[in-house]
Design a protein around this ligand. Sequence first.
Ligand SMILES: [Fe+2]
Ligand SMILES: [Fe+2]
Length: 336
Amino acid sequence: MIAKGRFDVPDGLNEEYYQISSDIIQSFNKFRPPLDIFLFKEEVGRVSPFYKVGERLSKERIEMLAELVKEGLIFVSRKDHPVYVKHIAYQLDLVLIDRNLKESEIADIFLEALTMRIGEFFDQPVGVVMEKLWVDLMVLTEYLWNDPYRIKALSRRLHKEHSLARHSVNCGILGLTMFIHQKGAAFAKGEITRNHFNRLTAGMFLHDLGMTKIPIFIREKPKPLTTDERTKIDKHPMLGYEMLSKLDLKYKEIEACVLEHHERVTGKGYPQKKSGRDISSLGRLMAAVDSYCAMITARPYAEAIDPKQAATIIAQDKGYDPEVTRSIQAWAMTLK
Ligand SMILES: [Fe+2]
Ligand SMILES: [Fe+2]
């Protein structure tokens, strides 16, 4: 639903232009907004340029702009979508208050913001950087808490190229998609607590946290790993688990995602060689989601596999919980 200002936005205008709110305008650089701004002229029923990128707004024009925004007469072009996606990504909480954004635009913004924040955190995995990521993850949980099925638009936008940050975002989104798919009824009955949901969301996005301790030349090696390198990689669940106390993230949901995502129900996984139901349900969910997400992006050592085919491959693998792989298959079938 597109919110309207004091006047009725004519049909068709919202296709090309985006009515901008005071919150967004205030978040721009006052004198030099990052994108072209248009004014709707009621008498002619059309928009005309108000400001062009590269100009500098005078104090009077800034005040005038603030008034016009309040009246709902200020627009930006939807062609500038990439610019304001980037802009809002830095202040993600704006997506919760801006009523003019479409669901697809919000999904783009979440993807951009979370990939950026998680990348920053992986470059510098310390508490202060974690806090920024945490704030943005909580914007996501707030957004989904109001309607968990909003995850659908996000799950349509998984990254296709690999990086540790992109993989983590894909796993977070697909993990949540599967969780919501399986627990839809529990959500509706109010059986999922907000804290549980917050923590499992963080766990899914952070499952590979320990990888930040593995040298990048091993992580991204385009050739088969040596035994020594494999041993190092296999330590990442435990290394991640150990990092959680320093980061003050010792919650059972996060621990399960970090520690158990390489366990297999057959007992052939690592690091603890747990099997069957000894692996928590979150651990079993993340194991399948993690492998699936790894398969669907092109990695330095392997080509991307078609999403539907990847879903079939994990469904045939006895190492994964069939309930989870069935959910992934059902979801993959809905992809175009
Ligand atoms: Fe992993
Ligand atoms: Fe992973």
